[in-house]
Design a protein around this ligand. Structure first.
Ligand code: SF4
Length: 301
């Protein structure tokens, strides 16, 4: 069995920057600028291996359903806002509690916050295509809660119940969705509100990884996506390979998740990984698959 390494894959700039910020804080823990304890308010990036490494660096995880509930678990010290961003209300609350706040929001997510703020200030109502209960929509919606309408991708039925008091309507989206589902959803909104202003905010890293995975699917029999089941962009890679590449795809967090029966009749397997997956873990999965391939060849002789 041949293992095809799909590129680009793995860490994006937002994840690299967030990890750098958290590691630096861990190294400076206890200084005047970084009071202890240090907490990340939710998963800094959606990957358990990264989270475990950060805990070793002295950065603890607060894992609650939303960021306000998370803040209630913190009495003192430093709080890190994760790469997914937080609402202005959460920032204000952290400040009121006297916490030292450090913002590790990805610059691409910050751009969506700024966009929504600007549109709301210009009297727009905004469709925000995103996933319910994901931290990124929670943060962006907080910029203008009475003007942003969360819409799950492809939930056209929900559009039947929307009425706006103004002609000023815009649509934007979470950075890590399937770009194809997002475009279909935007097109449906345009069909119903032809004057809508469109701001597609799927980030470049998500786009490039999805396009590479779909293109590679044409050349392989199956794709393995290395990533966490918490990770939106990792799950979207599985989805786009299955729906657009028309090939089976499996999400694995580590080699332990790999089931050898998947590979019956598979000559070529593609490997990609989500934007929050550490390179060392992708390498481990690739090595495991290469050994598996070699073993199969020996067995076949
Ligand atoms: S996936 Fe995109 S938006 Fe999310 S951290 Fe990476 S670059 Fe930023």
């Amino acid at each position: 069995m041949e293992v095809v390494k799909i590129t680009p894959r793995g860490y994006c700039h937002g994840v690299v920057d967030a990890i750098k910020i958290a590691r630096k804080l861990g190294a400076e823990a206890g200084s005047e600028a970084v009071p202890q304890p240090i907490h990340m308010l939710g998963y800094l990036v959606h990957n358990e291996h990264v989270t475990d490494e950060l805990k070793e660096d002295g950065v603890d995880l607060i894992d609650e359903d939303d960021r306000f509930a998370g803040l209630q678990q913190i009495d003192e010290g430093t709080v890190i806002f994760t790469a997914h961003g937080v609402s202005p209300q959460v920032k204000q609350q952290a400040e009121a509690m006297g916490l030292q706040a450090v913002d590790a929001t990805c610059s691409d997510v910050v751009r969506t916050h700024d966009l929504v703020k600007d549109l709301a200030a210009r009297d727009f109502h905004i469709f925000y295509i995103g996933q319910r209960k994901h931290p990124e929509p929670e943060g962006v919606i907080g910029e203008a809660p009475d003007r942003v309408h969360l819409l799950e991708p492809l939930d056209f039925e929900a559009l039947d119940h929307v009425e706006f008091p103004t002609q000023k309507i815009a649509v934007t989206c979470q950075t890590t969705l399937s770009q194809w589902d997002t475009i279909s959803t935007i097109e449906e909104i345009q069909r119903r509100w032809p004057h809508v202003e469109v701001y597609n905010e799927i980030c470049k890293a998500t786009q490039e990884r999805q396009e590479a995975a779909v293109a590679a699917a044409a050349e392989v029999d199956m794709v393995i996506v290395v990533g966490s089941s918490r990770s939106s962009n990792s799950k979207r890679l599985v989805q786009v390979v299955e729906e657009l590449g028309h090939k089976p795809a499996h999400l694995v967090d580590s080699p332990a998740d790999i089931d050898n029966t998947w590979f019956e009749g598979v000559d070529r397997v593609g490997v990609t990984s989500g934007a929050s997956t550490p390179t060392w873990m992708t390498r481990k999965v690739i090595e495991h698959l290469e050994k598996l391939g070699a073993g199969d060849l020996v067995a076949a002789e």
